[in-house]
Structures are given as structure tokens and as C-alpha cells.
Design a protein around this ligand. Structure first.
Ligand SMILES: Cc1cc2nc3c(=O)[nH]c(=O)nc-3n(C[C@H](O)[C@H](O)[C@H](O)COP(=O)(O)OP(=O)(O)OC[C@H]3O[C@@H](n4cnc5c(N)ncnc54)[C@H](O)[C@@H]3O)c2cc1C
Length: 394
């Protein structure tokens, strides 16, 4: 028997579940989320899940700030633990990026972010083990931190269910169905679901559902790699998240003696892959590259123990920012994808924005205009006024 729903959300990552949660809360109709594997088994489950407000454009700062408040307020309000841990986050800049860092620090403060611009004496108090000889300035966000991406996704799904949503896992959508230019539902490996609205939140897989409809979004699936180093006791706790803008590497503890290391220099995010077939383990050359950078910044990492690493996916767009928009070819189909490696922290606000988009609310039209797919054809990409040199997404 064909099932029916008012809205179908395809994709059970942190954005799909946030959207299902917000839609089921605000809409009062029936929302069904359909995920081909388990929840959070896409990019979300392998995310660094760092939460911060610092961005290089005021609109993104505001969206990130609303999301951060949502993460902070969650436990009291809802009861399921997202495991949000406030650690602070420090960004290190060499002379190439010094001016941009100072200007972006000022802009973020004007937007209300708690962020300090630090000289080297203050920076080495926060990071006593760091070699700072090539660093000119640092930005410090004391309230930043990270959450557990899997726990967060399950919590959002549970909250969606509490508001009446149905969550279907291990259910692959093979086709989005339309009639006379309007969406009418989906086909899955366990039957069809009729629905007047479909939201495609499938990250790097988005185009596999859109191409048969004659639509292609500028999204490239990119393989990225993370490495785990077990810190020697001489390296202390290294509690803070550290973003090293001289080489693109970032460091975050996972609450144990392990530090998770990722990279976002252009050479770290250059491997286009098939999202169904890519290397799930880190390559030896990446482990060596990240480890060498780590030793340069924190010499005591030379005594670390490598605990391996893993590969995962970014859904990159040309300007490194998401697409949150109605489809240009099929009415009542919405695409929410292309988070380009920074979509975890934005997910609460994305859920809100999509629920406004679907409900036709005009409250946040300015923000929604920013994320239109057509921006890539009309020269309206999201380009920061003061970009940093070494990071491929800003
Ligand atoms: C290594 C790494 C580190 C990161 N670090 C951070 C960070 O510190 N902070 C931050 O904000 N962001 C970070 N990100 C980015 C963030 O994790 C992602 O942007 C976010 O998780 C994307 O969530 P999503 O729900 O949009 O997509 P995904 O999590 O990719 O979910 C898409 C889902 O769609 C499902 N799907 C696909 N096709 C179908 C189909 N046909 N039928 C049904 N289901 C389908 C997939 O199985 C998948 O579960 C990082 C990403 C990676 C990879």
C-alpha cells in the first residue's frame, strides 16, 4: 500500500533531522524523514562537530550565533544530551592574514560575538606548548566548542518524532516523482510515499536524485581525511580547538588524550570522489602531512602515538557555502545541500530557515536569498570582504 505524508525529508544527517524537527514542530502536518542507511551515517557521523560563531560575513555570523544559542539551550529545554562541550577556540594567523584577522575580529565583535584579538603573550598563556614564532595575531572565541554529531542527530530525530514525525531508516529513495511540474512523492526500496512537498537533504548525493529531473546543482563530493594522535602527557590537555591558518590544519580534543586533526588547505580537499565508493581510512601520506604540521606547531607531538584516521566527505559548492532553495525545475521540491564542511554548527538555524521557506514565511527572506542556487549564475556568490589565504572554505 502506498503511504502518504504532507512533507518528505530525504536524508538523515544533522540537517535532515533538524529540518524534520523544525517542520514537525511548526507545521502540524505529517512529516516523514527517509534515510538510506542509519541516522548520521553520512558526513555527519564523521564530523568534527565544532561549534563557533566566527565567520567572515555578517549574515553567516548571525546564523551561526542563533545556532550556537540553540545548542547551548538544548539540555534544559529538551532533555536529550547533545554532549556540547565548551572548550574555547583559538585561530592562529601569520603575517599574510594578520590584517584580515584583525578586521574580521572587529566585524564579529560588532555582531555581538565574544571574540578577542590577542597578541603573542596572551596567546602563549592559552597555548603554552605552541611554537608561535611565525604567528602575528590570534583570535580567541572562549565560548566555542564541539558537540557529539551522532548524539545530536539522534536527539533531533527523537524530538521530531515527539512532534509526530515518522523516521524511516534503511530506506533508499530511488526517485523523486513529479506530475506536471509538481512534486508528488518518492519511490523507495520499500514502497512509494505520496507527498506534496519533498526536501532533498542528501549532501554529496543530492544530484543523483536531481539529475533525472533535469536539474544539477554545483556540488562536488570531496574526500577529506582526519587523523587521531594520542598526545603524550607533556603536551598537557590541549583542550582548546586550534585553527592554524598558516597551513590549514585544525586540532580538537575528543575529551580523551586523543587529538583529532583535520586539514582544509587546498591540497587537503582536492580529491573528487564517488560518494558511494571512497577510501574510508586515512592515507599514509595524509597522516604524515598532518603529523608534520602538528609537530611544527606543537613540537611535543613528535612523541605522539598515531591511532589512525579516516576518510569522509564534503559536499563542496564553488563558494564553500550551502544551497537552501526551492528547486528551479519542480514545484514544491526544496534542496538543502552543499554545506562544504561547515554544516554541523549551522544545522539548528538551517532547520528554522527551511521551515520558513516551506511555510512561505517572509521573516528571513534576506538570509534565504543569500543561499539561492542561482547565485552561482548571477555573480552573487558569498565572498567574504576579508578572506584568509589558506582555507578553502571560509
Ligand atoms: C571530517 C569532517 C569534519 C567536519 N567538521 C565540521 C565541524 O567541525 N563543524 C561543522 O559545522 N561542520 C563540520 N563538518 C561538516 C558537517 O559535518 C556537514 O556539513 C554536515 O554534517 C552535513 O549534514 P547533512 O545532514 O547536510 O548531510 P549528511 O550528513 O551527509 O547526510 C546526508 C544523508 O543523506 C542520506 N542519503 C543520500 N542519498 C539518499 C537516498 N537516495 N535516500 C535516502 N537517504 C539518502 C545519506 O545516507 C546521509 O545520511 C565536517 C565534515 C567532515 C566530513
Amino acid at each position: 500500500m502506498t503511504k502518504t505524508s504532507d512533507i518528505v525529508v530525504v536524508g538523515g544527517g544533522v540537517n535532515g533531522t533538524s529540518i524534520a524537527m523544525h517542520l514537525s514542530k511548526t507545521l502540524g502536518g505529517k512529516v516523514t524523514l527517509v534515510e538510506k542507511g542509519g541516522l548520521a551515517t553520512g558526513a555527519t557521523g564523521r564530523s568534527g562537530a565544532m561549534i563557533r560563531e566566527h565567520y567572515l560575513t555578517p549574515e553567516l555570523v548571525r546564523i551561526a550565533s542563533r545556532s550556537k544559542t540553540f545548542f547551548e539551550d538544548w539540555p534544559g529545554e529538551h532533555g536529550y544530551d547533545l554532549k556540547f562541550k565548551r572548550t574555547g577556540r583559538i585561530l592562529l594567523f601569520g603575517n599574510v592574514d594578520e590584517k584580515a584577522a584583525r578586521l574580521n575580529g572587529e566585524m564579529n565583535r560588532r555582531e555581538g560575538v565574544s571574540i578577542e584579538t590577542l597578541g603573542m603573550a596572551e596567546t602563549s598563556k592559552i597555548l603554552p606548548e605552541a611554537n608561535l614564532e611565525d604567528i602575528e595575531v590570534a583570535l580567541y572565541e572562549p565560548d566555542a566548542g564541539y558537540a557529539d554529531p551522532v548524539a545530536t542527530t539522534y536527539a533531533f530525530a527523537k524530538e521530531a518524532k515527539r512532534h509526530g514525525a515518522t523516521i524511516l531508516t534503511n530506506t533508499k529513495v530511488s526517485e523523486i516523482i513529479s506530475y506536471q511540474g509538481k512534486v508528488t512523492g518518492i519511490k523507495t526500496n520499500s514502497g512509494d510515499i505520496e507527498s506534496g512537498i519533498v526536501v532533498n537533504v542528501t549532501g554529496p548525493w543530492a544530484n543523483s536524485l536531481l539529475s533525472p529531473l533535469g536539474e544539477t546543482l554545483p556540488i562536488t563530493p570531496i574526500r577529506v581525511q582526519m587523523v587521531h594522535l594520542r598526545r603524550p602527557p607533556s603536551l598537557g590537555t590541549l583542550e582548546q580547538i586550534v585553527i592554524d591558518h598558516t597551513c590549514g590544519s585544525y586540532y580538537r580534543t575528543d575529551g580523551s588524550p586523543n587529538t583529532l586533526i583535520g586539514g582544509e588547505a587546498p591540497e587537503d580537499i582536492g580529491e573528487t570522489v564517488n560518494p558511494d565508493h571512497f577510501g574510508l581510512n586515512a592515507d599514509h601520506q595524509f597522516i604524515v602531512r598532518y603529523w608534520e604540521r602538528a609537530i611544527k606547531r606543537f613540537p611535543e607531538f613528535q612523541n605522539a602515538i598515531c591511532r589512525g584516521g579516516y576518510g569522509s566527505l564534503y559536499d563542496m559548492t564553488p563558494d564553500g557555502n550551502p544551497i537552501i532553495d526551492a528547486s528551479e525545475t519542480i514545484e514544491n521540491l526544496y534542496n538543502v545541500t552543499g554545506f562544504s564542511g561547515h554544516g554541523f554548527k549551522l544545522s539548528p538555524a538551517v532547520g528554522e530557515l527551511v521551515s520558513e521557506l516551506v511555510n512561505g514565511s517572509k521573516n528571513r527572506t534576506d538570509e534565504l536569498n543569500l543561499f539561492k542556487a542561482s547565485r552561482f549564475d548571477t555573480g552573487n556568490e558569498i565572498i567574504p570582504k576579508h578572506p584568509y589565504g589558506m582555507r578553502a572554505h571560509q
